[in-house]
Design a protein around this ligand. Structure first.
Ligand code: ASP
Length: 350
């Protein structure tokens, strides 16, 4: 009798475990079957079709698609949004087309100083680097700061030393040389000489077609985690030590699983004063605005009113995408569950 009840007891226990396990699996399957996607930018500025050759236009489209498909492959295979953002941005950093990594613009001293940041919307952890001169992929260093240091941001020599300690690939400054960016510097310097009487503070620097190209990515993975990252060479002819919005968490980059993931591009000084990326999150979190409403309010109204130029790309926790900009164009694109990469350069009507 005692043996029988023990036997039935263990059967009931086993059945209970199996039921619980199957429920757990269902819950997990539901979670990992959710929407996913990624949105990217390659900089905003005076990007006009009339100034573009068909070959160059195609080169941008091909590279943006390659970047999107790289991120997609990771997300599709249940990879994390953080991995997708980093891998995607590395593709763009390694291309001379964009003002980040290889194609970084020149400072006023004729050098290159690179900035990058990345944020994990699940943990709200973030990593950033500014003013690095020899790191091939600043976005990878930003992620190392997030994962392997107790800090959020490292700059200059310290950031370089941290890259050495973690065996990150480093290059000479010459690696970042491109003729296009060198010519932009000369043009900007000549224009600045003509304006010397105005003084540096009063000079109203506008983004031109020669200096756009900051890169950014935002992703939502199958687990519902958001991430965003941004990488840039900054602005042509910038002063020594100048840091823009791209490595500033909340200004150029922000991600929060409660709302959205955002990366910006444009005149950094304005993005910093408006905390553009965080403001989009805040409008959603505190006022219940949709991603589209929040992004439009910040870029088409607040940024515009302050006299700033640029745009953002963003994805929210439900997979909605926004890509507003107040310049003539913005290299941008997105990809969703079906794997079709959509890439755009000019205003939507084009
Ligand atoms: N936001 C970048 C900066 O100010 C530049 C850009 O996005 O074009 O450094």
């Amino acid at each position: 009798m005692a043996l029988n009840s023990k036997f039935f007891g263990s059967i009931i226990l086993t059945l209970l475990c199996l039921t619980l396990l199957s429920h757990g699996n269902q819950a997990h399957a539901q979670k990992t079957n959710s929407v996913f996607g990624m949105v990217i930018h390659g900089g905003a500025g005076t990007i006009l079709k009339k100034n573009m050759t068909p070959e160059l236009e195609q080169a941008y489209q091909v590279k943006l698609k390659e970047a999107l498909q790289t991120g997609y492959a990771i997300l599709e295979n249940n990879g994390s949004s953080m991995d997708a953002v980093e891998a995607t941005l590395k593709i763009l950093e390694n291309s001379p087309l964009f003002n980040a990594g290889k194609g970084a613009v020149f400072t006023g001293d004729g050098t290159h100083e690179l900035d990058a940041s990345i944020m994990d919307g699940k943990t709200l952890q973030a990593g950033a680097v500014a003013g690095v001169k020899h790191v091939k992929n600043p976005i990878a260093l930003a992620r190392l700061v997030l994962e392997k240091s107790p800090h959020v941001m490292m700059v200059g020599d310290g950031a370089e030393e941290f890259a050495v300690q973690h065996h990150l690939e480093r290059v000479s400054q010459y690696y970042f040389y491109t003729e296009k960016r060198w010519k932009s510097l000369q043009k900007r310097k000549n224009a600045a000489v003509k304006k010397t009487t105005m003084g540096p503070k009063k000079e109203n620097i506008k983004l031109t077609d020669k200096e756009e190209g900051t890169v950014g990515a935002a992703a939502l993975d199958k687990e519902g985690n958001l991430a965003a990252g941004t990488s840039t060479g900054g602005m042509t002819n910038k002063m020594f030590g100048r840091v823009g919005d791209s490595p500033i968490i909340g200004a150029g980059t922000y991600a929060n699983n409660q709302t959205c993931a955002v990366s910006g591009t444009g005149h950094g000084e304005y993005f910093m004063r408006l905390l553009v990326a965080y403001d989009i999150h805040a409008l959603m979190a505190y006022q219940g605005k949709s991603l589209k409403e929040a992004a439009n309010t910040v870029i088409m109204k607040k940024l515009e009113e302050l006299g700033g130029t640029g745009g953002i790309i963003a994805i929210d926790k439900d997979g909605n995408i926004a890509m507003p900009f107040n310049t003539a164009g913005m290299y941008r694109g997105y990809i969703r569950e079906n794997g079709e990469a959509i890439v755009k350069i000019y205003q939507d009507k084009d």
